[in-house]
Design a protein around this ligand. Structure first.
Ligand code: AKG
Length: 330
């Protein structure tokens, strides 16, 4: 068992990711999909909804519903499934009103904080053992995400490193556990990774904009009737000294050649397979035009204070005062 462990560690260290076949059995995969089914069923879109896409403009303009999802379960629809109403409000297009699930892009960011299959999985011995095996010392879980990648309308996830969104100091320490809840294939938008890219530094940091959240901004805000400032809530900062790779964002039309040339490889998975990857590994997924959905559940962890690592105060995701991130090791 020891040899096996060091093999997977060595592969992970070298390439930035590993695939673990059948990490979850059929029963667990079904329990996870079912819990999301009932959460979505209970969700009333008139109480809150927003869209989710991953280009730079969409990243910067996220609003309060996103911000408040840090320690809750909020639902984000595909932009193409929503209609704009007055005052920046959105609603599901009529064809999705009786089938809310089919409109969803993702749910986040604290499924692991409520009792049930998500939490059982997050706290499972196999998750803890894997994470410790891969070298994490004091792993804590800032967020979980359920990505739907729906049949026909499931959108692109542009190339990015997760450390951009889960930034820590004095070093990056993010680890993503991406669990396939359906078979993920080239047809329905499997994940693509760029092996070895985790040796490059984090090239961008997604930050709370001080012009919105800082003291000056609060002053401005209190003068405004609608309680908001004109400064966007978030900014995407290019980090000094990091060479920008030619690939960032847009997915080319027509074929996979350009992606392969840029060094990306597709990782097809069976339902229950897991990809564990370093937060600095570049990855993306293409749209799903097929007639099969491709659900996944993701846990993102970082090192905690007992490993000498600090969660950046600039990260978009901040818990309410007094609520700690879930620890994997007591
Ligand atoms: C992420 O978890 O950071 C992803 O990029 C997920 C992409 C996907 O599942 O399509």
């Amino acid at each position: 068992a020891n040899d096996q462990r060091s093999d997977r560690c060595m592969y992970f260290d070298t390439h930035g990711f590993i695939k673990v076949d059948q990490f979850s059995d059929k029963k667990e995969v079904e329990a996870l999909r079912n819990q999301m089914g009932s959460l979505a069923e209970q969700w009333d879109p008139s109480s809150g909804i927003d869209s989710f896409g991953t280009d730079t403009k969409e990243n910067r303009s996220r609003g309060d519903y996103f911000l408040e999802s840090s320690s809750k379960v909020h639902f984000f629809a595909e932009p193409t499934a929503l209609l704009d109403k007055e005052n920046n409000q959105k609603e599901l297009k009529p064809e999705y009103q009786t089938d809310k699930l089919s409109a969803l892009n993702k749910s986040g960011h604290a499924m692991h904080m409520i009792p049930g299959a998500f939490q059982n999985y997050a706290k499972s011995e196999k998750v803890r053992n894997l994470v410790l095996d891969l070298g994490w010392k004091d792993p804590v879980v800032p967020q979980s995400m359920y990505i739907f990648k729906q049949k026909r309308i499931g959108g692109t996830v542009t190339s990015h490193q997760d450390s951009t969104f889960l930034y820590t100091t004095p070093k990056q320490s993010c680890l993503g556990l991406w669990l396939a809840l359906h078979d993920a294939t080239l047809d329905n938008g499997c994940l693509w990774v760029r092996p070895g890219s985790h040796w490059e530094s984090t090239r961008r940091q997604f930050k709370r904009n001080p012009l919105h959240f800082g003291k000056e901004a609060v002053k401005t805000r209190s003068n405004e009737a609608n309680g908001d400032t004109s400064a966007p809530k978030f900014e995407m900062e290019d980090l000094d000294g990091v060479q920008q790779i030619p690939w960032d964002g847009a997915i080319p039309e027509g074929g996979y050649d350009a992606l392969l040339e840029a060094g990306f490889v597709p990782v097809e998975c069976k339902a229950g397979d897991l990809l564990a990857f370093n937060g600095e590994l570049d990855h993306l997924s293409l749209p799903n035009f097929s007639d099969k959905p491709r659900h996944t559940f993701q846990l993102h962890m970082v090192e905690g204070d007992r490993a000498g690592v600090t969660w950046s105060k600039s990260n978009w995701l901040q818990y309410p005062a007094g609520l700690p991130f879930m620890r994997l090791v007591e």
